[in-house]
Design a protein around this ligand. Structure first.
Ligand code: PGA
Length: 268
């Protein structure tokens, strides 16, 4: 059985009350015996993580502890690369790990395109995560114009090399997660075709191989993101090089979030 990564990016959504409601209802749904999720989780074949806004991180971690929930993980949506200092409004990876969170999205397309984050900044964020014990979930992908011009693989190569080249394999070993998210598919309802997602994820693995070698490339999870929902989750997840999905809109409700897993489980 292949291990599945189901990640939910809440973006700028949910108050503390909403977060609590989601986690408690997730607990009920996930532990339902007939679903068999707990067994799969215990065997190590499932990594389910949500990425609430900063304000919810500590609260969510505390709730997991109080409710003894070890089958859901919490990560941050962004970090700044400095550890501390005069950077008003920013949060460091040290602060993220202080809340008990060990994962952070880095380079999400909304950070790149709405907030103007460039490749050098993203590369610094990856390094800062790694030196502070936080796993960067590196998001990358082309805009529509680039896809239409046939530049997808070139853009993907450039973004991956700029974020990862120069890192030592021992620094990243099992500590980096990739999320290929074509920008035109995010929040548009228009997902990439499963074979297109597979093509880019396979290519991403080949790039990892050139940087870190085959063993590391095969161990690194590569997720696809962009309008993933229960109706297309299975087709994406059965692709050989798609290890998991990073879900935006459909991660806001437990039913649609777990519905993606349901559709995959019911594939036979
Ligand atoms: P979406 O967002 O599923 O709403 O398209 C995905 C993402 O931004 O990670």
């Amino acid at each position: 059985m292949k291990k599945i990564w189901l990640y939910g990016n809440w973006k700028m959504n949910k108050t503390l009350g909403d977060t609590e409601e989601f986690i408690l209802s997730f607990k009920d749904a996930f532990t339902t015996k007939q679903k068999g999720y707990m067994d799969i989780h215990k065997k190590g074949f499932l990594d389910v993580t949500i990425f609430p806004p900063f304000t919810g991180l500590f609260h969510a971690r505390e709730l997991l502890r109080r409710e003894q929930i070890n089958f859901l993980d919490i990560g941050a949506q962004n970090i700044y690369f400095e550890t501390s200092g005069a950077f008003t409004g920013e949060i460091s990876p040290l602060m993220i790990s202080d809340t008990g969170c060990r994962k952070a999205l880095v380079g999400h397309s909304e950070r790149r395109h709405i907030f103007g984050e460039g490749e050098a900044l993203i590369a610094s964020k990856v390094r800062s995560c790694l030196s502070n014990g936080v796993i960067p979930v590196l998001c990358y992908g082309e805009i529509l114009e680039e896809r239409d011009k046939g530049l997808t693989l070139e853009i993907v190569q450039r973004q991956l090399l700029s974020a990862l080249q120069g890192l030592d394999v021992s620094e990243i070993s099992e500590k980096v997660i990739l999320a290929y998210e074509p920008v035109w598919a995010i929040g548009t309802g228009r997902s990439a075709k499963p074979q297109d997602a597979q093509e880019v994820c396979e290519y991403s693995r080949a790039i990892l191989e050139t940087i870190f070698g085959g063993e590391e490339a095969s161990k690194t999870p590569i997720l696809y993101g962009g309008s993933v929902k229960p109706s297309n989750g299975k087709e994406l997840l059965i692709q050989k090089d798609v290890d998991g999905v990073l879900v935006g809109g459909a991660s806001l409700e437990v039913s649609s979030f777990l519905g993606i897993l349901d559709s995959y489980m019911a594939r036979e």
